[in-house]
Design a binder for this molecule. Structure first.
Ligand SMILES: [Zn+2]
Length: 236
């Protein structure tokens, strides 16, 4: 773990406070105790202790990859629902091993408490709660945008989040890995080739942005509107 470590503490002493209720589904998830400490520490680390009061964690046992998402109510940030694929709780090496041994088998791999990776789960928790924090502090929320733009906007947002986690010395996806996802998600836009790199660098190093800025970055790589193209041709 880099920089400030997320320290293990007895549950009753953990920040993220006694007033924070965490519910798990399934309730008998074998890594629950270890994971809940990390989750509470992530909330504290992001300064959300007084904001988030009720967290519902859903573990997708059938999914071995590291897919994760968070949902919250736009007007009430006290309750959040997180969903984590099983791969979020273990190291990338174990995910790869699972893919080799379980790739062609049905069912889920056995998951043992000793396989829990605090660093990997902290990375996932911090990233997901950062989405909620950005809405809380800067009004960033995908729900306000057209459905067809949300995946792209979310990826721009992801780069901004992981860049900030890096600068704070907290567990985060590597720059290289984030860049790979960024390219995979956005390369189909017409101006990506010309502007993608500059936008990635701007997002990765940005501290303060808002919904308008994210929207403007997306507009830069999207094709100009048909009206815009007509105006341009006439001007020539
Ligand atoms: Zn994200």
């Amino acid at each position: 773990m880099r920089g400030r470590a997320l320290r293990m503490r007895p549950l009753h002493q953990a920040h993220g406070g006694p007033g924070l209720r965490v519910r798990w589904h399934p309730p008998d998830f074998p890594l629950r105790d270890a994971a809940e400490l990390v989750l509470r520490d992530s909330i504290r680390e992001l300064g959300l202790t007084e904001v988030v009061r009720d967290v519902h964690v859903h573990v997708d046992l059938r999914n071995r990859d590291d897919h994760a998402y968070i949902e919250w109510n736009t007007h009430d940030h006290r309750a959040a629902r997180l969903s984590f694929a099983l791969g979020n709780f273990v190291t990338p090496a174990r995910r790869r091993a699972w893919a080799r041994t379980w790739g062609r088998r049905a069912g889920t791999p056995p998951v043992l408490p000793r396989q829990f990776s605090r660093k990997c789960f902290a990375e996932a928790c911090l990233h997901e709660f950062f989405h909620l924090r950005d809405d809380h502090e800067a009004g960033v929320d995908l729900a306000a945008h057209p459905l067809e733009d949300r995946e792209a906007l979310n990826e721009l947002w992801n780069v901004w989040i992981d860049g900030r986690l890096h600068r704070r010395g907290l567990p985060a996806m590597t720059r290289r890995e984030r860049h790979r996802v960024f390219v995979r998600t956005l390369a189909h836009y017409p101006h990506f080739k010309r502007k993608g790199e500059r936008i990635f660098n701007a997002l990765w190093s940005a501290d303060h942005l808002g919904p308008k800025e994210l929207r403007a970055f997306l507009a830069e790589i999207q094709s100009p509107s048909p009206a815009g193209r007509r105006v341009k041709r006439r001007a020539r």
